[in-house]
Design a protein around this ligand. Structure first.
Ligand code: UDP
Length: 331
């Protein structure tokens, strides 16, 4: 079922921390298209300047290179702050776990301090990872989660949990108007080729005719949301009035096994790639599917892009961005 999304009123000046990343850059595009002035802040650890390069000459767009682990200073008024600043794929967030944890914790503190100083609304990008390897299915916001706090995913899971704590502590103190989005697996154009996540890996591998890497036996599940739907959900949450008093799940509740996803990617790309099975990473969640009842009820939001349509756009992106084939050696 498709629910029409009512466009929110337009804010005037927004800061998007992590704005050169996959999600952040699509959010910058959407805000600018709606007439909002956008300050995009990124440390470029995983963000990519190419994602926002087409915006460079837009009169409403400013790019600031800064790291949210340090206090953030922005001149002039702000009425919205989106905190999307953190590596989000397991490969990247585990590469420097302390950096990840500090980005989550100090980033939330510094940006909330800025929100307090400017009187801006604040949205924290949290994650389905706060549910860990869930024992409740599908996952509703009321589920308290099943996270291994000493495992390799903990730097991200616990970092995001701490960021949520900080948000609601400051909200209870009346210091900030906060909203927390628990974002489930999201895919689309501008995912990094080396992101390491399942959709980008499968598409890049299929287009190159390489084996499709499947962890474990491929029966684990995920639910995949197209980036444009997710960005609309973030904006709907930001503009909701009054703010929901709990975090809100944003994602697509259609659930697929990894094997089923690999089959769809193989069919859509016309690839003859075989499957290559690899060990399941430590603490890899067995099942994941959002309960989006709250988002439907409080925001009037639900995703509308079917998986195959979203994958087609993603495949097109990687086809166009494909590295040029190596010239054949002349015998
Ligand atoms: N996965 C896989 N092959 C890959 C990359 C990931 O089978 O090349 C699996 C991974 O182990 C997990 C699922 O796909 O079970 C989703 O992984 P991803 O890294 O995209 O996101 P996660 O939901 O685990 O954060």
């Amino acid at each position: 079922m498709t629910i029409e999304f009512a466009h929110p009123p337009v804010p005037r000046r927004a800061l998007v921390a992590g704005g050169a990343g996959f999600l952040g850059s699509h959010l910058c595009d959407a805000l600018l298209a709606q007439g909002c002035e956008v300050i995009c802040l990124d440390s470029f650890v995983t963000g990519d300047a190419a994602n926002v390069a087409p915006l460079a000459n837009h009169p409403g767009f400013t790019l600031v290179e800064a790291d949210v682990r340090e206090p953030v200073r922005i001149e002039g008024p702000l009425d919205r702050i989106y905190n999307l600043a953190c590596a989000a794929s397991p490969r990247h967030y585990q590469a420097d776990p302390l950096h990840t944890m500090m980005t989550c914790v100090h980033g939330a503190v510094h940006l909330l301090e800025l929100a307090e100083a400017k009187g801006a609304r604040f949205l924290q990008a949290s994650t389905s990872e706060v549910y860990g390897d869930p024992e409740q299915h599908p996952q509703a916001e009321s589920y308290l989660g099943h996270v291994n706090c000493t495992g390799p995913r903990a730097c991200y899971d616990e970092g995001k949990r701490a960021a949520e704590t900080i948000c609601f502590d400051l909200a209870r103190q009346g210091r900030a108007d906060v909203r927390v989005a628990r974002i489930f697996n999201t895919y689309g154009p501008r995912m990094r080729r080396d992101d390491g996540r399942i959709v980008s890996n499968l598409v890049v591998q299929a287009l190159a005719g390489r084996p499709l890497t499947v962890h474990g036996d491929g029966t684990q599940t995920r639910s995949f949301c197209f980036v444009a739907d997710l960005v609309a959900g973030l904006q709907a949450l930001m503009e909701a009035d009054p703010a929901p008093t709990t975090p809100v799940n944003l994602g697509n509740p259609e659930e697929y096994t990894i094997l089923a996803l690999a089959e769809i990617v193989r069919r859509l790309t016309g690839s003859g790639s075989d499957l290559a099975f690899h060990p399941l990473p430590t603490d890899d969640p067995r099942r994941r599917r959002p309960d989006i009842g709250q988002a439907r009820q409080l925001l009037g939001w639900a995703p509308s892009t079917p998986l195959e349509a979203g994958l087609a756009a993603t495949i097109e992106h990687f086809r166009l961005a494909a590295p040029a084939p190596r010239p054949r050696a002349v015998p």
